[in-house]
Design a protein around this ligand. Structure first.
Ligand code: CMP
Length: 139
C-alpha cells in the first residue's frame, strides 16, 4: 500500500553539499518527496526526537551531532515507503551497509551516517507529526 515515512538528511551530508545526491537516491528508489524543509534543529527538538535513545551511552553525542549543522527533514511517500527507505539507506553502521545504499556510498561513521529513516509505520506517523503540519505535506 502507499504509505509515508520520515527522513532526515543529517549534518554530515549537508556539510558536504550532498542533499541533492541523497535525495536523488531516495527518488531513484521510488520514493516521492511530499514535504521538505531545511532546518537547524534545536537541542530540545533533537532530544525530544531521539527520546527513545535517552538512556543509551551514545545519546549525548548523537544530540550534539544532530545540532552541529543544518539538516533536511522530509516526508517520503510510496509503495511500502518505510521498508523501501530502510533498504535504500542501508544498515545503521556503514561498515555493515550493502553496496549501493546511501550509507555505504556516503556515510562517514555509525554516528555521521548521512540519513535517518523511520523504523515502522507507527513511528513514521509520530516523527512526521513532530516536524510537519498536515498542510505542509502535499502528495
Ligand atoms: P538513526 O536512525 O538516526 O537513529 C539513532 C541514531 O543513533 C542512529 O541513526 C545512529 O546515527 C546513532 N548512533 C550513534 N552511535 C550508535 C550506536 N552505537 N548504535 C546505534 N546507533 C548509534
Amino acid at each position: 500500500a502507499t504509505e509515508r515515512t520520515f527522513s532526515i538528511i543529517k549534518p554530515d551530508a549537508t556539510r558536504r553539499n550532498l542533499t541533492g545526491a541523497v535525495t536523488a537516491m531516495l527518488e531513484e528508489a521510488g520514493l516521492r518527496v511530499v514535504a521538505s524543509r531545511r532546518i537547524q534543529m534545536t537541542r530540545e527538538q533533537a532530544e525530544g526526537f531521539y527520546a527513545v535513545h535517552a538512556e543509551r551511552p551514545f545519546f549525548a553525542d548523537l544530540v550534539g551531532f544532530m545540532v552541529s549543522g543544518p539538516v533536511v527533514i522530509q516526508v517520503l511517500e510510496g509503495e511500502n515507503a518505510v521498508a523501501r527507505n530502510r533498504e535504500v539507506m542501508g544498515a545503521t553502521n556503514p561498515a555493515n551497509a550493502d553496496e549501493g545504499t546511501i550509507r555505504k556510498v556516503h556515510a562517514e561513521s555509525i554516528e555521521a551516517n548521512t540519513v535517518h529513516g523511520s523504523d515502522s509505520a507507527e513511528n513514521a506517523a509520530i516523527e512526521i507529526a513532530y516536524f510537519f503540519k498536515p498542510e505542509e505535506i502535499v502528495g
